[in-house]
Design a protein. Structure first.
Length: 373
């Protein structure tokens, strides 16, 4: 058992260490003062988002990009609150904003919403984000300059949390930063396997060429990663990560542990359907490492494992985790939240293993709807 623990720890060290190395291999992208020319269709599905739309809409009005070069398509997924009313009261002539209804054709409301929007989109470049997000001032500028300087069909961009009051929020932030760090690191080592639909851009011609979400429409989530896998299969050289401080979209963490568990169960439900072997191996190794931590603690308590071995395992895991988190938090200018790292790192193995177990045997609820795995 000790040998198994050590092998998993070494493999984990190599994996996360490679992400930390790859993080620096993705160069920071700097904005250039060039004439904007790319037209964008921004797609935002929403359902019962009346509490969040104010922040989103305000950030839309503050976008620096020329108003005639983008449109906003908000897709109503059967909202039961005042979301539509709020948007209609906000609409003005300065920004092209339209509301359409979601055309449900699959088991995934969000994929249907994006498909519905793309069918009406006027522009070649589509950018997706979420209704609980806040967009940066030079968001579209950064995508425009990037597309003018790179041959691309699919662009992944950074996301972080902007509300971090209390340990629950900081725990989520550190977990989220580790995912974003792995996302960027994966691109850096030429093994991209993660992305986030809250900040994702791709061409309409690419979407149509790969038949959109065909092949995974039975899975409720995964509107982002399944498209990434298709993009990599189509032409890996045209898939990029936009590592720019001006492209960072901010979203909100969950406000309760039950909501957090529901969200993570939703995320975990799609992992078994990934096509990426590297992505699956990464998920399995991370789960095994967290399970090793729990087992090592229990075996040490009953005298079956040397406390020195447990200490080595904890130090190795926490050190390489901290390295990746430090690089990621520095990029997002959120280093102060690393103060919660020690307690979060002790709690996370139990949280991760719990989510993995319950996602295998239970359904989940999201936005007032129940979904099967």
């Amino acid at each position: 058992m000790t040998v198994f623990f050590i092998v998993i720890t070494v493999l984990y060290l190599i994996l996360i260490g490679s992400f930390a190395f790859g993080f620096d291999k993705v160069n920071d992208f700097k904005l250039e003062d060039i004439k904007p020319k790319t037209s964008f269709s921004v797609v935002i599905p929403f359902r019962n988002e009346s509490e969040n739309l104010g922040v989103l809409l305000k950030s839309i009005t503050e976008l620096n990009y020329p108003k005639h070069l983008f449109e906003i398509i908000l897709v109503d997924d059967a909202s039961e609150d005042d979301s539509v009313k709020i948007i209609k009261e906000f609409i003005n002539e300065d920004i092209k904003i339209k509301i359409i209804n979601n055309n449900r054709i699959s088991l995934s409301p969000k994929k249907d919403a994006i498909t519905s929007a793309i069918e009406t989109a006027k522009n070649e470049w589509v950018i997706t984000t979420d209704a609980d997000c806040k967009l940066p001032k030079y968001w579209l500028d950064s995508f425009d300059v990037f597309t003018q300087n790179n041959e691309a069909d699919f662009i992944v961009a950074p996301v972080t949390y902007y509300k971090t009051a209390g340990f629950l929020h900081r725990f989520q932030l550190l977990d989220f930063l580790s995912l974003i760090g792995a996302t960027i690191g994966g691109f850096g080592i030429k093994k991209p396997f993660l992305c986030n639909g809250a900040n994702l851009a791709y061409t309409k011609s690419f979407f149509k060429k790969v038949n959109g979400f065909d092949g995974n429409a039975t899975i409720a989530s995964g509107d982002d990663i399944f498209l990434l896998e298709k993009a990599l299969k189509e032409d890996k050289k045209r898939v990029h990560f936009l590592k720019s401080e001006h492209s960072i979209v901010q979203t909100k963490p969950q406000n309760s542990w039950s909501d957090l568990v529901a969200q993570r169960k939703r995320w975990a439900a799609k992992t078994s359907s990934y096509n990426s072997v590297f992505g699956k191996l990464t998920g399995v190794l991370v789960l095994l490492m967290n399970a090793v931590i729990i087992c090592a603690i229990l075996f040490t308590l009953i005298g079956e494992l040397s406390p020195k071995i447990l200490a080595y395992i904890l130090v190795i895991k926490s050190s390489v985790d901290f390295l990746l988190l430090f690089k990621t938090s520095r990029f997002f200018n959120q280093e102060k939240h690393l103060a919660s790292f020690v307690f979060s790192s002790l709690l996370y193995p139990f949280f991760n293993v719990y989510i993995a177990c319950v996602s295998l045997f239970t359904s989940y609820k999201w936005k007032g709807r129940a979904f099967k795995k």
